[in-house]
Design a protein around this ligand. Sequence first.
Ligand code: DHB
Length: 398
Amino acid sequence: MGAERTILKTQVGIVGGGPAGLMLSHLLAKSGIENIVVEKRDHETIRTTHRAGILEHGSVRMLTETGVSDRVLSEGYRHEGIDLRFGGESHRIDFEDLVGESVWLYPQNEVFTDLAAARERDHGDVRYGVSDTAVVDLATDTPKILFTDSDGRDFEIHCEILVGSDGSGGICKRSIPKEARTDNFIEYPFAWFGILTRAAPSAPELIYANSDRGFALISQRNDEVQRMYFQCDPNEDAQSWSEERIWDELQARVDGPDGFQLTRGPVFEKTVLKFRSYVCEPLRYGNLFLAGDAGHTVPPTGAKGLNLALADVRVLFEAIDSFYATRSAELLDGYSDKALKRVWRAQNFSYWMTSMLHTRADATLFERKRALGELSGVVASRHGSAYLAEAYTGWPNT
Ligand code: DHB
């Protein structure tokens, strides 16, 4: 570290340049509110990190209506439903018919690419590859971000509002004193084995499959590349799995009397994704506000993570915008409660989808059959299916 820190002043300092941080930065800039984003990863690392691929209609609208990009509409795929598959049979949940909405298959790294390009186009101040980031003086009128930039120069950002959008392993949440926050969380006794394969799509829409061998998700990316996952042990070593073993396991989880067959291809990425449910309450400490995974994480089943982050950003942006327009902190004071309402709904949905579709290694026969009863109740009932469709496509903004 050098001896001198250069001091930068801005209105909003944002730690974390993933989709949440960049979207907030974009919206603030459009409203004439100065902001600086610092991000520890470099652009290329974020661009090539594979995350979930489903956008709610509200997330798509946010990207297109705020002028980020229309690429989601031209290069994404609109999905009007999903299949729930159990007992070897597929049951379509028709989102359009049930709730008049659909979702878009458009990977999170593409959302990042679009947002990063929009910030660059609009000359936003986004600093990638920073290190030694710390946030201090959070409960004062001038919270600060300390960091070293990618050239090794030390900086101190003095801001009025500090936003932590630095993901589940970020420093912002951990900078809130333990006695000033409640950590709500549960662990799951399983993880996802995720692959990318060069093959034609196995199905036109996503298949969420429950089987005695565990959960599997058949997703897509485009005409040539597909994304699939299957439930595995959190300590599984992905690299020890051969391609053939992966395909045999995936196929066994979707086997059924209808003879459905996955289209196999070379597997060019395999990773074990661990997950948990977590909510930090409140999503605020002094003048630090948490958004997205920095404040809460959901298990991946149902793809709520990014959508929830963008929903936080919408609420937080309105609050910050109102603060600078009126100097009233009313909406800022209401941010945590308002955002947490949606967060807990999504926590419930993600927990429900996860527990309904996965099979615990120690599940009794009763528990297995109860889960099948739950699944058949959902697909047999218009009301049950409509709850799933409404939650999956995204609740209206509240
Ligand atoms: C994908 C991931 C999810 O967690 C999900 O529920 C749906 C799709 C995906 O990566 O395609």
